[in-house]
Design a protein around this ligand. Sequence first.
Ligand code: C2O
Ligand code: CU
Ligand code: CU
Length: 572
Amino acid sequence: MHTDKFMKHIFSILTAVIPVISVAQQALFIPDTLVGTSINLTMHKDSVQFFPGQISYTYAFNANSFLGPTLILNQGDNVSLLVDNQIDDTTTVHWHGLHVPAMYDGGPHTPIFPGDTWNPVFTIMDHAATYWYHPHMHMKTAEQAIKGAAGLIIVRDAGEAALTLPRKYGVDDFPIIVQCQQWDSVNQVMPLGMQDSTLMVNGTIDPYLDVPAQVVRLRFLNASGERAFNFGFTGNMPFYQIASDGGLLNEPFLTTRVRLAPGERAEVLLDLSAMNGQTFYLMCYGSELPMGVQGGPTMPMPPGSPPMDSPLNGVDYNILQLNVVVPTADPVTTIPGILASNIPYLVSDADAYRTVKFTADSAMVMDGPFYFNDSTFNMMRIDYTIPLNSVEVWELINETMVAHPFHIHDVQFFVLNRNSILPGPEESGRKDVVLVLPGDTLRFITKFDDFADPMIPYMYHCHILMHEDDGMMGQFIVHPSAIGISETEIENQVSVYPNPVNGNLITVELAQSSSSTVLFELYDASGRLILSDQQVMESTKTAIDLSTVSPGIYVLRITSGSEIYAVNVLRQ
Ligand code: C2O
Ligand code: CU
Ligand code: CU
């Protein structure tokens, strides 16, 4: 291990024990903002000297050299985003937490090739809250996001605007993007490392922030690859949590902790009115995290396992020094009593129940790979076909020894219960990531509304990025016409073979044809129509000529009368 970094580890441990010796070296970097309805994002390669004299290669957006600008979007706006890929590698950009059509969600099926641009256009339907954007290339999410290709999204809406809340960005309303990094011997980030010990906030190591002596708002994002943070402040100072991942809570929740696993967000208010001149710290109370949570005490490992010990595991440490300074001209000094009225879906309205078990090759596995229902991610397999407007209860059962932050695209959900216990106020609002502890059974309810696409799936996955890249991910299609059709039924009604296709012909067999004219359409991974073939089927079986189609992953859409089927096809 590099000596400087070893000293840094020691330093981190010391600061954890005696906060006053912490020397804050750099002002917290506050990413610039992009506002309006036309947003340009250029993802590029860059470098940063996180350690003076040592060049670390990074990814970033626009003028930044690490991370990207904060997008400020308004509910109801029709937004056009132009993403330019200048990283010399294929990528995608996902709008984490936003409710957008599958083709604009930025999952692994919509790659942006090097030098290409991608132009999603969608209406902001989300509630005021803190969201984020990051790449989602299968097997490369960790590398690209941890190297810095990530940024914050702030959504505003009329309900939030009517409240007396701090919302002057960088003045009384601060982005707090927390990451913990591990470095290799030549000072490059190690996206899959579990010995992460360099904390950064908004890309700043050893940061301080001047905060005015009034009510201030902090928007936390845990953008780490694997570490969970049990945020609190020096001396258990109380604060209010006002928002979870996808919206304001019903009312401010007075607390001393907010635990965020990777991907999760929370907004908090601190009343600093009486603290002018004082200094305190944003901390992680890691000693309180249960075993099995990354960042909690390191578990005893079976012999031969890779090292998982970071000096930050299981200890309390400082993250950000906060210096209280004179108030601004027009300070917020009160905390509203009521914030929102979240109305969860009713279990009695549920159309479907699904169970997702978190599994591993054996009960002893602590470093993966982990699976959903014993299957590893397969781009070619649609795990669930969900009818548009389906209200569903998903039951997450963690049968592994480690905690996994479960994330689902497209929707915000409401936690119904965890081990039959109702969620606390902090988990009673809109969520898109939830930490499921070892042995937990957690149920949430959601509705798959507004957007259907028979071809492009949405993802659900563990937001520990190495678990995700390793295959702890699944995908679902929200289908416009699959009323009550399950994927097994589709399997029974259509078969496509051989798949993968080596030759030029693929055979499609329909269990029954409700109409003799059948339309076959082949779409590529970006949703482009590659081939269209309308046939009058004499029998239930026909062949489609793929000789003009280059190798790749496609979706074959079959329209037969009112029935529409979508099958993934691999052309070799
Ligand atoms: Cu934050 Cu599927 O991602
Ligand atoms: Cu997401
Ligand atoms: Cu996981």
